[in-house]
Ligand binder design. Structure first.
Ligand SMILES: [Zn+2]
Length: 75
């Protein structure tokens, strides 16, 4: 059985470089996010990159990984 059964696909556009990314998500979890639950409580096992995609879906503002502002530490 596919654990992604019932998932939806959305397209996110980066506000930095304009690249488009497809992202799959669980609509039930997205509903919880839209109700105001924190991404780290909903997508506990997900990567930071995936969480920012989910935040992007909600806010309409998205930065792809290369465009996302990083800390100065790893220069
Ligand atoms: Zn970008």
């Amino acid at each position: 059985m596919n654990f992604k059964e019932g998932w939806k696909t959305a397209t996110l556009k980066c506000d930095g470089c304009g690249v488009e990314e497809k992202v799959e998500y669980d609509p039930e979890r997205r509903k919880r996010h839209m109700r105001g639950e924190m991404v780290q409580d909903i997508w506990i096992e997900a990567t930071d990159a995936y969480r920012s995609q989910m935040i992007g879906l909600r806010s309409g503002f998205y930065m792809c990984d290369p465009c996302f502002p990083k800390g100065e530490d790893d220069d």
